[in-house]
Design a protein around this ligand. Structure first.
Ligand code: FES
Ligand code: FES
Length: 159
């Protein structure tokens, strides 16, 4: 059995130690917001936070995630400025890459609440969007940065 702390809740799951965290989150815990894109750490669709840092869950074993604080897209409150800005700017097209995009944006804004275009491009470079929503992503991050920070922003979200 592997113990995981996901979005502040403890889970005991039967999994091989090397099993990718992505599949355990999706199929054993049932949180399907985190997406599979490439499986080789090249697209960012599977991004979660581990101890507050954005990580590719397709390339993280459950063994390595054990004992750490894991946050998925479901653990980011709807009131978080990044989620609100995403809705206001109507960012998603097909939506598939967007949980990963949001997780990377939340991690960026926790470290840098007023990022420049360059900061955004650098932080988001590993998150691929086949629909090309990059301009709206950048706009939404700027929008989030000027929103009155609520509790979640001030504390950097739950992760
Ligand atoms: S599915 Fe993990 S980076 Fe693409
Ligand atoms: S919104 Fe379709 S892949 Fe990004």
């Amino acid at each position: 059995m592997i113990s995981l702390d996901v979005n502040g809740k403890k889970y005991e799951v039967e999994a091989a130690p090397e099993e990718p965290l992505l599949w355990v989150i999706r199929e054993k815990i049932g949180l399907t917001g985190t997406k599979y894109g490439c499986g080789i750490a090249q697209c960012g669709a599977c991004t979660v936070h581990i101890n507050g840092e954005p990580e590719r869950s397709c390339q993280t074993s459950v063994k390595d995630a054990q004992g750490k604080k894991i946050t998925t897209i479901e653990g980011i409150p709807e009131s978080h400025p990044v989620k609100k800005a995403w809705i206001e700017d109507d960012v998603p097209q097909c939506g598939y890459c967007q949980p990963g995009q949001i997780m990377s944006a939340v991690a960026l804004m926790k470290k840098n609440p007023s990022p420049s275009d360059d900061d955004i491009d650098q932080a988001m470079t590993g998150n691929i969007c086949r629909c090309g929503t990059y301009k709206r992503i950048r706009r939404a991050i700027h929008r989030a940065s000027i929103m009155a920070p609520d509790d979640t922003m001030a504390k950097g979200g739950k992760s």
